[in-house]
Design a protein around this ligand. Structure first.
Ligand code: HEC
Length: 148
């Protein structure tokens, strides 16, 4: 019974939309007040888009210190992120898509040599890239230059 509970607990933790990482307490404090956290669960946005949304909450009456806003933007940019694979730096790609640095660097080198990567299939051609891991994060990857 305890074993089963432990497994259920671990499964719930793995699927937790709000990972227990720095910034979570701040997000709970400053975003939970009006609409709760569920609203943002399915959202995937770029850092710039999160910055805009969160700044907009100030006009709706959100009370937060500047440092708390920065923490919240960092948290959403990291865990509720969408990034343009043709614009992001290797460090951003590694961080947001949780890729080893050499793979992120290989991706940037490939992009510099061959031009913008047009779609997911093209991503699979990048040598050494773990395409399976990326396929699990499709909703986090954008390709179009115009997207942001
Ligand atoms: C003072 C109340 C308040 C607080 C605090 C607040 N919001 Fe909002 N938020 C609103 C209101 C009001 C709306 C509009 C709801 C609607 O359009 O139905 C909204 C809508 C949103 C939306 C959907 C609109 C959009 O920009 O796409 C997002 C995302 C959002 N909030 C994120 C956040 C985040 C992240 C935080 C914490 C950093 C936060 N909110 C804190 C009041 C608040």
């Amino acid at each position: 019974m305890l074993g089963l509970l432990a497994i259920l607990f671990m499964a719930a933790a793995a699927a937790a939309p709000y990972p227990d990482r720095p910034g979570k307490k701040t997000v709970e404090k400053i975003c939970g007040a009006c609409h709760g956290l569920k609203l943002m669960e399915p959202m995937r946005r770029t850092r710039a888009a999160w910055q805009t949304s969160i700044d907009d909450m100030l006009t709706r009456g959100m009370k937060a210190e500047e440092s708390e806003i920065e923490e919240a933007v960092n948290y959403f940019a990291r865990y509720f992120s969408r990034l343009n694979i043709n614009k992001a730096t290797a460090a951003e790609i590694a961080d947001v898509l949780d890729l080893p640095a050499p793979q992120a660097e290989a991706l940037v080198r490939y992009r510099e040599k061959n031009g913008p990567i047009p779609n997911y299939d093209a991503l699979e051609k990048v040598p050494g890239l773990d395409a399976k891991k990326l396929s699990e994060q499709r909703d986090r990857i954008a390709f179009r230059q115009a997207a942001f």
